[in-house]
Write a protein that binds this ligand. Structure first.
Ligand SMILES: [Zn+2]
Length: 469
């Protein structure tokens, strides 16, 4: 089951990666759209008010500062995540939001433990590493073995049985996230297929200052499980040079990683109740969990604060939309997607009344607009493009050809139209899942622009007198 879930996660991550517009990807041919059926003139004044308020408030940044500096990173099963959930529920009640609640979700509880990687021969040297989430441990005295470095799965397949008893190192340069992350997700099982005893994966990032990047992996249930960790670009290139010179480098990998019993966690949910059609829902969201390194500032504390602050601002401004706007801070996106699945299961009866769902999980950099799922009805696309004109003053009016998100993925599969908040993400993967995802990487003005973009879109869609489609 976990393998299938991870595949679903991978597919949704690829949506996000596509929305990042990797350099060199061709500009899609514009689809001819019908005329919009929504009128935005009546929403101009509210949009201006929202943008002005977002850009003159420091609430989003100060809340993100509390979350990152005082609570810290928030892996599923950790005390920190549960503290964050309790804090958000209490603060949302203080904000005067409607129906504030924590919806219980049982989550996997993986713990890293102590871990290390050292070269034994031809030189003794410590290497930077981070175990991959869901990995098993090594024996207590580690795994010591010779290294084989490959640049692709194809190269691994060519070597085949030659990797038996060895540590396979994947030295695969970053092209875009979707194309490269398969080595993190499947590298261990592919190496185990040929008898490798452990695997190391070059971090999924375009740049590095000796920074290892963690992230989820999954085991093929039909193959032996071997421990797997990320190494830095510098480490992978060092091992490649040793390999290519015929130095036969040997490494010792030590990891204590393990699963504890599932832990109780929750999705945090709060609303502004609609004034005319309260049973119709516009959902805005991020994920509250993070990896256990850094502060989870861009991924995804920022995304959560953007969704939360969007509704708080509307409340402060006294803007009451016709439909309900619901903010969801999902638990366990990073290593299980249990929050997104639990939301779908708990809200099955009202899924069809979710008229739009937005997820912010690409970092809180300068917003460019939204990535709308490619399968969205053309009339919805035309109408959202029209509504996005309200954001042209802050240059966030683009509706990209595709998008979505991991946590809204389960309800999108049930037919809900989904979108990602798209940002200028060229530096997101520099720090993604690393000890360097910290508050200092967040620009307060860019964060405020994200709040404005999310709030204007959510409010306008929720307040339309006419249907979105
Ligand atoms: Zn994330």
């Amino acid at each position: 089951m976990r393998f299938l879930q991870s595949l679903a996660l991978l597919l949704t991550l690829i949506y996000t990666a596509q929305a990042q517009h990797p350099p060199g990807s061709p500009t899609p041919t514009p689809i001819p759209l019908p005329s919009p059926t929504v009128k935005i003139d009546r929403h101009r004044a509210a949009a201006a008010k929202i943008i002005g308020a977002a850009l003159t408030s420091d609430r989003a940044y100060s809340r993100l500062a509390h979350l990152t500096d005082h609570i810290g990173n928030r892996l599923s099963g950790s005390q920190n995540l549960e503290h964050a959930i309790e804090w958000a529920v209490a603060e949302m009640k203080r904000d005067g939001l409607d129906n504030v609640r924590a919806e219980k979700v049982m989550v996997p509880h993986w713990v890293r433990g102590e871990e290390s990687l050292e070269m034994l021969t031809p030189v003794a040297r410590k290497l930077q590493m981070l175990g991959l989430g869901n990995s098993i441990a090594t024996p207590a005295d580690g795994i010591s073995a010779e290294v084989v470095v490959v640049r692709s799965f194809a190269e691994l397949d060519r070597l085949g049985e030659q990797v038996r008893g060895k540590i396979v190192v994947y030295n695969v340069p970053f092209t875009n996230y979707g194309a490269t992350v398969v080595y993190r997700l499947q590298g261990a099982s592919q190496a185990a297929r040929y008898g490798a005893v452990a695997a190391l994966v070059r971090s999924i990032t375009p740049v590095s200052l000796q920074t290892p990047h963690t992230g989820a992996m999954s085991y093929d249930p039909n193959l032996p499980k071997i421990p797997v960790a990320a190494v830095t670009i510098e480490g992978a290139e060092f091992l490649q040079r040793m390999n290519d010179r015929g130095d036969h480098p040997t490494l010792r990998l030590k990891m204590e990683a393990k699963f504890l019993p599932d832990a109780e966690s929750a999705n945090v949910v709060a609303e502004i109740k609609g004034s005319e059609r309260p049973d119709e829902i516009v959902l805005i969201s991020g994920h509250f969990d993070s990896w256990d390194v850094g502060q989870g500032a861009h991924d995804d504390g920022g995304g959560c604060i953007v969704a939360w602050e969007a509704v708080r601002l509307l409340k402060e401004l006294g803007l009451k939309p016709r439909r309900t706007i619901r903010v969801v801070l999902y638990t366990n996106e990073e290593n299980g997607l249990r929050g997104g699945n639990a939301y779908r299961d708990a809200h099955r009866a009202e899924i069809a009344r979710h008229i739009f769902a937005i997820e912010s999980d690409s970092g809180v950099y300068r917003p460019e607009g939204f990535g709308l799922v490619a399968t969205a009805p053309l009339q919805v696309r035309a109408n959202l493009q029209e509504i996005a004109k309200l954001l042209s003053g802050i240059d966030a009016n683009r509706i990209a050809a595709d998008g979505g998100g991991a946590d809204i993925g389960p309800i999108m599969l049930e037919g809900v139209v989904g979108a990602s908040l798209d940002v200028e993400g060229s530096h997101y993967f520099d720090i993604h899942h690393t000890p360097a995802d910290t508050l200092d990487k967040v620009n307060p003005r860019e964060l405020a622009l994200c709040v404005a973009t999310m709030a204007v879109m959510a409010y306008t869609v929720a307040d339309l007198p006419e249907p979105l489609k």
